[in-house]
Write a new protein. Structure first.
Lengths: 374, 254
């Protein structure tokens, strides 16, 4: 009897896979979507700059200025366009819209730096595009600070202080991808587990299959488990895709323990499945299931997770709303572990919150499911 | 398999006594009693909301009666719903086949649910495909089949595990008269094999094909007899007339 039941379960899982893979568009969307999201949020919607052309005005031409220029040139953010010898040339170059920034060193830079501490660097950027200009100067400042730290440390006072911004610490060049990867992970797992599970159960109801299954000797728990298994597998595939893309394409390293990231993701997948299950007990059609998961789950995650707009600058109501979204807790935990490289002790709170959400959601949906059968 | 049987009721598939279902103050099914013989085609006839579906749900073990009791295939609906589920088949008007599964995959899936082993599944599948003359459609996706074919397939699948009783809830909705006639032929073949067929319908002409029909009005049985006998009793031309005569007394909104 046991093996019999298990083979029934397997044939159900297989059936669910047919639903996914026999519909070409479903397959394409489910497998390609995470890749698109990473590309979209990682490259397209990004404030970060690559290979901006800069101009150098260096009357000193000494060891220090060469080292700093070299540091900028070897980073992937800047390309040295040319050297100029007069400030007047710069204006013309900016007007021709060819360069992003100009770096101007003071005279006898190295000598002054070592003795009087009175060496200056001026960064000139095109303020007509404030975001771009701000980003460029931030990058350059960060790189110069690094040079300062590495080489000179003590008795020198460059006009730049070491930044104490947390983002600078773990993300020295303000790479957008550091913020994007945890966000996309949260979104994709939520989408696959909650949305797809609720839609696929709603489909059984809409087509009348659920009625037949409830009249059959099959246990409701078998029906539900077999419907979730393919989406669990799918979300692991997506999870791996996103991590690989982020490490190799976006160059976001995994700073913390991979095992911990997987553990947190498993808990989150569980929460999302429970949420999908709850939605499916409330609705009867695929359309409504899709709308509810889209409007209630996706938009808040995109808008309130801090991926695009910082939550700290929102009103109290939205901050509260952001707190009850499971995805936000997940994204916060992943940020801590993956980007900041923190251990399990620093994400205990997130894990507890996610686990309690899972318990509550499962309890409510089981209750709802039973009521419906009766 | 061990089955609890009552010797004097051995030829009966369904025995209902005072079966009642209330939802709050609303009485959906009001104290109905009837017997259905083995191999009989038994029809529940009634307007929407008359209690047909609720009565059927109680007999399938999906819904517990508020009072009264019933046995289906020898099992008590209140306490032995798991055993009942193994011994009945069910088909609704939605047909409930998986559209993106092939014909044989649908068969295998449902057969597996009822615990048939691989050999049984294979022989039943071949048997059904032959009976329906569907041999060429074995590997066709169900969504590519015409509606009438889907209906016949859905019915055959609902009895793939050879249950004692099959419940059909408005199974002929939306199909043309020719397909309905073919479907009835299939029902007769099934009943000849000793499987009891219980069905609900609101097509009056279809009611004539049943061995006996039970007319429900406001959750109560107002008539129960063979179509021929009912027409005689109410001196009517057809069942439609009988039904109009009886349903006139209905209080409940449709």
């Amino acid at each position: 009897m046991y093996t019999n039941r298990f083979s029934t379960f397997l044939s159900f899982v297989r059936k669910e896979c047919y639903h996914i893979f026999r519909d070409r568009w479903t397959t394409i969307i489910l497998l390609i979507m995470p890749v698109l999201m990473i590309i979209l949020f990682g490259f397209a919607i990004s404030t970060e700059v690559k290979n901006a052309h800069i101009v150098v005005l260096d009357p000193s031409q000494d060891a220090a200025t060469h080292a700093i220029v070299n540091k900028l040139a070897t980073s992937e953010y800047f390309t040295i366009d040319r050297y100029v010898y007069d400030l007047k040339e710069i204006d013309a170059l900016f007007k021709k819209d060819k360069i992003g920034m100009c770096i101007v060193f003071s005279e006898r830079f190295y000598e002054n730096m070592m003795h009087s501490g009175d060496a200056h660097i001026q960064l000139i950027a095109d303020g007509s595009d404030p975001n771009y200009a701000y980003t460029l100067t931030q990058y350059a400042t960060a790189l110069i600070s690094t040079y300062q730290q590495e080489n000179l440390f003590q008795n020198i006072k460059l006009p730049y202080q070491i930044q104490t911004d947390i983002k600078m610490l773990y993300n020295p060049t303000l790479k957008g991808a550091y913020n994007t990867v945890p966000g996309v992970l949260g979104m994709v797992l939520m989408l696959i587990c909650a949305m797809m599970t609720s839609i696929s159960i709603a489909r059984e109801k809409e087509m009348g299959n659920m009625e037949i299954l409830l009249v059959s000797p099959l246990k409701p728990i078998t029906i539900i488990l077999s419907k979730t298994v393919p989406y669990i597998i799918l979300s692991f595939i997506n999870f791996a895709t996103i991590l690989l893309l982020s490490v190799f394409a976006l160059k976001v390293p995994i700073a913390g323990s991979l095992g911990l990231i997987i553990l947190i993701s498993c808990i989150f997948i569980f929460v999302s499945l429970a949420l999908g299950l709850l939605i499916s007990t409330l609705v009867n059609t695929q359309m409504v299931a899709m709308l509810i998961s889209g409007v209630v789950l996706m938009f808040p995650v995109i808008l309130l997770s801090g991926m695009i707009f910082p939550v700290e600058s929102m009103g109290v109501f939205f901050q509260w709303l952001a707190k009850i979204l499971p995805a936000n807790w997940y994204i916060a935990a992943i940020r801590k572990v993956m980007i900041q490289g923190l251990g399990i002790t620093s994400v205990v709170k997130e894990i507890i919150v996610l686990l309690s959400m899972a318990v509550v959601l499962i309890a409510v949906s089981i209750k709802k499911f039973k009521v419906r059968i009766e | 398999m061990y089955k609890e049987t009552h010797t004097h009721e051995e030829h009966l598939s369904i025995v209902a006594q005072g079966l009642t279902k209330r939802f709050g103050s609303f009485t959906a099914v009001d104290n109905i009693s009837f017997n259905v013989k083995k191999g009989e085609i038994f029809g529940f006839l009634g307007a929407n909301g008359a209690g047909k579906t609720t009565a059927m749900k109680m007999l399938c073990g999906l819904s517990k009666p508020t009072s009264g009791n019933a046995t289906v295939a020898g099992f008590d609906v209140s306490t032995q719903s798991e055993q009942i589920k193994k011994n009945i088949g069910y088909m609704s008007q939605k047909f409930a086949l998986y559209e993106d599964l092939k014909v044989w995959e649908n068969m295998r899936l449902y057969a597996g649910i009822y615990g048939l082993n691989d050999n049984e599944i294979k022989s039943r599948t071949d048997e059904i495909l032959q009976q329906l003359d569907f041999q060429n459609e074995r590997n066709t996706l169900v969504k590519a089949l015409p509606l009438g074919w889907k209906q016949k397939l859905a019915f055959s699948i609902s009895i793939i595990h050879q249950p004692d009783i099959v419940f059909l809830d408005e199974p002929t909705g939306g199909v043309d008269p020719a397909a309905r006639r073919q479907f009835w032929e299939l029902i007769y073949q099934t009943a000849d094999k000793g499987i009891t067929v219980t069905r609900t319908t609101h097509y009056m002409d279809e009611a004539e094909y049943c061995n006996r029909i039970c007319i429900l009005v406001d959750g109560k049985i107002v008539a129960l007899d063979s179509p021929k006998q009912l027409k005689e009793t109410y001196s009517a031309q057809n069942i439609d007339e009988v039904f109009r005569l009886l349903a006139r007394k209905a209080i409940r909104n449709q």
